[in-house]
Ligand binder design. Structure first.
Ligand code: CP3
Length: 342
């Protein structure tokens, strides 16, 4: 039994007393308590791969910020690693892959028929330990990268402003792109099934680089695979967050999932008109609002809340919270939402 199940009720479109709120990237560098745990370790990967530590930092925002949901501490890049493409997280720089997938030969070198339970055991173990530690206080979110965003990292091998290698790949080797996307999709479904079995109450797909494709291309190389993932989870609350894919909102509104994540450039009421009462919307305050004064944060948050014309909302930022945002300002945001009568 979950004591505070507002988040799950909002996903399902059931009645709620107030809007639930959590933040993408809530477990992480905004919290001094996170940095303290992190500084004792060899690096980011040790934190991700040690269930005791991952559990500790997953719970921190529940204790310290009073959010209405916990998200398991991990990274979307554990999936390419499980497929045979290991990554390093380089301090101050971000992810880096020694090998990339840009040819059939490189694709053939990926591990085939992997045992997801065996390769990603540490995520499942962290979920189990977190469930125990949460003791039913709030729901626990599991997640994965959407296939297109994972392909971006596998082809590019690192972060990029344009992901032009990845976009080039779609034009030069579309058949191989589809093979790779299908492989990622199959592994992701097995991975998310494992997360649900280990205790995840809801799931989120992060398609961080959705917005760099045109709408037709995003349909073909993005939504097609997201749709397969949604179909595999008819019973689980699932959020699809396709950052930047404004022109694809009508197509996203047709997905068989409970919830659409909106970034801060997406208009909540345009999305509401598309989904009607059939889907929950999550988002979408500009994370930069949290650099403002408490008065500004309260005013902007209330402006967003007042614009909602339905109960089917989960409040969040329009993307992950930036690492240098003051946790006290995050608390102002959360407090404003939790004290707003609907
Ligand atoms: O609190 C949470 O949301 C849970 C944990 C979480 C992390 N990454 C931890 C993390 C989640 C959900 C992610 C998702 C993720 N990872 C995405 C999708 C969301 C988005 O922001 O668009 C992406 C694209 C990644 C890949 C990734 N991981 C990059 C590009 C980087 C480096 C840049 C950065 O943000 O630091 C990471 C590292 C990372 N993942 C950190 C954390 C807390 C920072 C590492 C550190 O502590 O040094």
């Amino acid at each position: 039994m979950i004591q505070n199940d507002l988040f799950l009720r909002a996903h399902r479109g059931e009645a709620i007393e107030r809007y639930p709120v959590w933040l993408m990237r809530q477990a992480g560098r905004i919290l001094p308590e996170y940095r303290a745990v992190r500084s004792k370790l060899s690096g980011f990967k040790e934190l991700v791969e040690t269930p005791e530590f991952a559990t500790e930092v997953t719970i921190q925002p529940v204790d310290l910020l009073n959010v209405d949901a916990a998200i398991i501490f991990s990274d979307i890049l554990v999936v390419p690693e499980a497929m045979g493409l290991p990554y390093q997280m380089i301090e101050q720089k971000g992810p880096w892959f020694e090998n990339t997938i840009r040819s059939q030969q490189e694709f053939d070198r990926l591990d085939q028929q992997i045992d997801v339970q065996d390769r990603l055991w540490y995520v499942f173990e962290a979920l189990k330990q977190t469930k125990t530690a949460l003791n039913g206080r709030v729901p626990l979110i599991g997640f994965a990268g959407a296939p297109w965003t994972i392909l971006c990292y596998m082809v590019e091998g690192k972060g990029s402003k344009t992901f032009s290698e990845s976009r080039k790949f779609l034009y030069t080797q579309p058949a191989l792109a589809h093979l790779l996307l299908q492989r990622i999709t199959d592994v992701t479904i097995a991975y998310l099934k494992g997360q649900v079995a280990a205790g995840a109450d809801a799931l989120q797909l992060f398609d961080s680089w959705a917005g760099i494709l045109g709408d037709a291309q995003y349909n073909e190389f993005g939504i097609k695979y997201i749709s397969q993932i949604c179909e595999a989870f008819p019973e689980t609350p699932l959020t699809v967050f396709s950052k930047g894919a404004i022109g694809s909102l009508p197509a996203l509104a047709q997905l068989p999932c409970t919830t659409l994540g909106l970034d801060w450039n997406m208009d909540v009421n345009v999305a509401r008109n598309l989904v009607q009462e059939n889907m929950t919307l999550q988002g979408n305050l500009d994370p930069c609002v949290l650099y403002g004064s408490p008065q500004i944060i309260e005013a902007e948050t209330k402006k967003m809340l007042k614009s909602f014309k339905s109960q089917r909302h989960i409040v969040n930022l329009g993307h992950g919270v930036y690492p240098d945002i003051d946790p006290e300002m995050v608390k102002v945001f959360i407090h404003t939402v939790q004290n707003y009568a609907i």
